[in-house]
Design a protein around this ligand. Structure first.
Ligand SMILES: [Zn+2]
Length: 279
């Protein structure tokens, strides 16, 4: 009897421990959000709009974690699954459907003093295209890590000065919506990796200024912009909390801040969805 009780305690502790290890981002299926969809344990890959999406699993559960871009319209969307169990000789396919709800983001008007950053010169265009391609390549990566780091902490200390998703009007001209969140902090404030990841790009970009991109695995990429300096190199493997650079005002800015973007299956999503609610 005593032995049984001890076993029960061990089982309860293990369950608690695995619950803590098994972090899931918040389910918020709207444009700019994330759908966390239960899938059969036999699922080996999941595709959304022909792009591989993240699969997170414990021994008993598996979820497809789908990034939904700001451009996605509300409605029903298919998720295409491939299954293969240990006893299966062949893969087989199935489909399920999930709903994307509506979300209206506020409008934000900003005045940028450096007009060239709003209406670039002809000679800036090649640079802008080259840099966009470099960033897009990093955003489209799918590193097949079994346990991608999905439990983030804020990368810098400071108030959120501009939330994710705002519809932006720069110097009275409509521009792309705000694809990250801004943390206002003085120049020189340290920026830390919010989770484990590998550095996949470091650059001084026309719009984003001094920038670092981190790959956390399975299509989860984070980006840090406008830094005064960067302190990492492409290929560096970072632990949570490692210094990646310092807050600055390089690129297209109104003042010093960190612009932090998080991308999942090449959709920019609200970084807050990766921050545990307990914090
Ligand atoms: Zn920003």
């Amino acid at each position: 009897m005593k032995f049984l009780t001890k076993l029960a305690v061990v089982a309860a502790t293990t369950a608690l421990f695995s619950a803590q290890l098994f972090a899931l981002p918040q389910h918020n299926p709207v444009p700019g959000g994330i759908a966390v969809i239960p899938v059969p344990l036999s699922t080996s890959t999941a595709l959304f709009e022909n792009r591989q999406v993240m699969l997170l699993s414990s021994q008993k559960e598996k979820y497809a974690v789908v990034g939904i871009s700001l451009k996605t319209r509300p409605g029903d969307y298919p998720l295409e699954l491939t299954h293969k169990t240990a006893s299966d000789t062949d893969e087989h396919q199935s489909k399920l459907s999930f709903k994307v709800g509506a979300k209206e983001y506020r409008v934000q008007r900003l005045t940028i003093e450096n007009k060239r950053k709003v209406n670039p010169y002809k000679e800036d265009i090649d640079r802008i295209i080259r840099e966009r391609n470099e960033m897009n390549k990093a955003f489209k990566s799918f590193e097949n890590l079994a346990q991608p780091a999905v439990d983030f902490v804020l990368p810098a200390e400071g108030p959120i000065s501009s939330p994710f998703g705002l519809k932006r009007i720069l110097n009275d001209q409509p521009r792309n919506p705000h694809s990250g969140l801004d943390i206002a902090a003085p120049t020189g404030t340290p920026i830390h990796a919010p989770a484990a990841g590998r550095v996949t790009a470091v650059g001084n970009y026309f719009f984003n200024g001094n920038t670092v991109l981190l790959d956390h695995g399975q299509g989860l990429i984070s980006m840090y912009c406008h830094m005064s300096e960067t302190t990492v190199a492409v290929g560096d493997a970072l632990s949570p909390g490692d210094l990646i650079g310092k807050v600055g005002k390089t690129g297209r800015v109104t003042g010093p801040h960190l612009h932090w973007s998080v991308s999942l299956n090449n959709a920019r999503v609200d970084p807050n969805l990766f921050i545990s609610e307990q914090q």
